[in-house]
Write a protein of this length. Sequence first.
Length: 127
Amino acid sequence: MKKVIAFLTIALVFTFTSQAQMDHTQVKTITLEQVKGEFVQKEIKVDPGTYKFSIFNNDVGHDVGFVLVPVGKDISNPENHIKTAYVTESVSTGKTQSTQATTLAAGSYYYFCPLNPTATDNLLIVE
């Protein structure tokens, strides 16, 4: 009986570990570059899925951030911001910071940086 319980415990741990590793490998990265007053990339198209955003501050001269909002929502209302898409800390000049993993459903999203500040009509299309 003890051998059966030990085997089942090992099997469960292996299953959960394998699932976590598979989930981790399915997170893709979208790299965006900010220069003074704008993002270099104005429109991006991706498939639905889970993404991390990697934000590079290319000589803006001060810290920058990242905000993602579904099209049709008020971008000035922080309650509409996708919080997992905030960078984990502000991005200083010459540095790169990433967001948490963010699952994106089909649709369109605006991205911008209120600290830079950038245009608020940069478009991420998920189809």
